[in-house]
Design a protein around this ligand. Sequence first.
Ligand code: GLN
Length: 453
Amino acid sequence: ITIEELVDTSYKRINEVDSEVHAFLTLNEEAARKQAKELDEAEDKSAALFGMPSGIKDNIVTKALRTTCASQFLDNFDDPLYNATVVEKLNNEKTITIGKLNMDEFAMGSSNENSSYDPTRNPWNTDYVPGGSSGGSAAAVAAGEVLFSLGSDTGGSIRQPAAFCGVVGLKPTYGRVSRFGLVAFASSLDQIGPITRTVEDSARVLEVIAGHDPMDSTSANVEVPAYTEALTNDVKGLKIAVPEEYLSEGVTPEVRDSVMEALKVYESLGATWEKVSLPHSKYAVATYYLISSSEASANLARFDGVRYGVRSENADNMIDMFKKSRSEGFGDEVKRRIMLGTFALSSGYYDAYYKKAQKVRTLIKNDFDKIFEDYDVVIGPTTPTPAFKVGEKVDDPLTMYANDILTIPVNLAGVPGISVPCGFSEQGLPIGLQIIGKHFDESTVFRAAHAFE
Ligand code: GLN
């Protein structure tokens, strides 16, 4: 098969299904087809991801390719001047960018219903949400529109949609992958990662996008191992911790049963597991919403109608122009976060909310550190329930937030986590198994995930 045929297959599939799935916000068809032709004619075909059709979440900046963060505010951001580091790295290994993927506006949400365009639907059943915020990234892979995609994960936004759509989603260790060119939501939590069909593909993509970047001062100068070498299928002696909190907290029986079945598979492969406790995980959602909203309120201050995006046409003076541009440009959920964050950081409240949240964050990280003294990985469900129906939680932000209860602690601790498919619900919707590892130990996470797959 030629690369031109491969790219053609991608666009054909998009034509077939995307009017229902709505995974894509912008297509890159002309450039992609041209690039495919060049690759077919190239003599050197040795690049690691040669000709692989991929999709990029629309909060990752792509040179000369529209980047909207699914926000009306950036609806006209047609011509970014540079590529995010991850996009540069993919380009160096000759992937083909098929298009930009739908998401919750500025990555705030768990269902894609906060996209200011037509929200993505779950390809398994379009009455259900694909998860969020990287819902487009997960749906595009699940629907066979691209071979892999990139998403971003601040509180679960790669792993939760991967679980809902039955694909593999990895949030790397904080600092493993450069955030340069990722439109910041909460800078101390955000991390870019791959969404793929298989664990092997995930390892191959991470190998390409990981590594230190002088353009991101929080990217770590830690060696990047050959992740594919970890895919040995050997988990004999692997020590698994299963937090009791991850089997309660509103976890439905069918999700719990799938996880217990998965643990049996691990036992049969020679691994052992024990119950442990993450006692502070019950504070994770509250902690996360204080910290992430505080950081978001600062990060989103740059959107003022002057430097980026759409400017209000109804303003009489400068201050009015800032106000109206922000009022018209941002959606409701983004405004809710900015207000919450601004309040939490305001003088008189800083110590009571933001500082307190930072202290609890440390306790949550310590819980993980302690478990990892004795165990190699932590395993549990990715989400308490399979995908929910479109519209079911949209008017109830707190129920929506609670959906991320099992993914958020991982971001707060900065450790890596992957979601791999581990079964189906009665309605035929996928269920995800979450495997969490030590800082910078994605290799063990891949090894455990690959053996189960
Ligand atoms: N659903 C969570 C939120 O709304 C996580 C989002 C994310 O990881 N980007 O903040």
